[in-house]
Design a protein. Structure first.
Length: 109
C-alpha cells in the first residue's frame, strides 16, 4: 500500500510525520541506525560502480529515506527541528564561502 502525503511537504512536516514510527528502546538507537543506513546507501553505490552501471534510483531513494528518517528522529530526540538544522548548516556554509574556506578540513574553518 502506498500513502500519499499532501505536497509540498516541509522538512518539519516530514519530521512530525516520521516521529509516528519512532519506536525504539533508547534514544541512541537512531544514531546507531543512521550509520547502518548510510552504509547501505554506500553499498548501493559501491555495487553499481563494481558492475559499471548506474545505481538503481529506487534503491537510492529508499536508502536516502531511511537516512532522513534517522536524522529526523535524532534531531527530535534532541529537541531540534530539521528546518533549524538546515538553516544552521546553510549559514555555516555561507560563512565558509565568504571566508574562502569552503574547501578544507575541520569543523571550525
Amino acid at each position: 500500500m502506498c500513502y500519499h502525503y499532501p505536497l509540498p511537504l516541509s522538512l518539519n512536516d516530514y519530521q512530525e510525520k516520521a516521529r509516528r514510527f519512532a519506536v525504539y528502546p533508547h534514544p541512541s538507537y537512531a544514531v546507531l541506525a543512521l550509520g547502518e543506513e548510510a552504509g547501505e546507501l554506500q553499498g548501493k553505490f559501491a555495487k553499481a560502480i563494481r558492475k559499471g552501471v548506474e545505481p538503481n534510483l529506487e534503491d537510492i531513494k529508499a536508502e536516502l529515506g531511511d537516512v532522513l528518517w534517522n536524522i529526523a528522529n535524532i534531531a527530535a530526540d534532541n529537541n531540534l527541528t530539521l528546518v533549524e538544522i538546515a538553516e544552521y548548516n546553510l549559514n555555516k556554509l555561507e560563512g565558509r564561502l565568504e571566508r574562502g574556506t569552503i574547501v578544507g578540513e575541520g569543523d571550525h574553518r
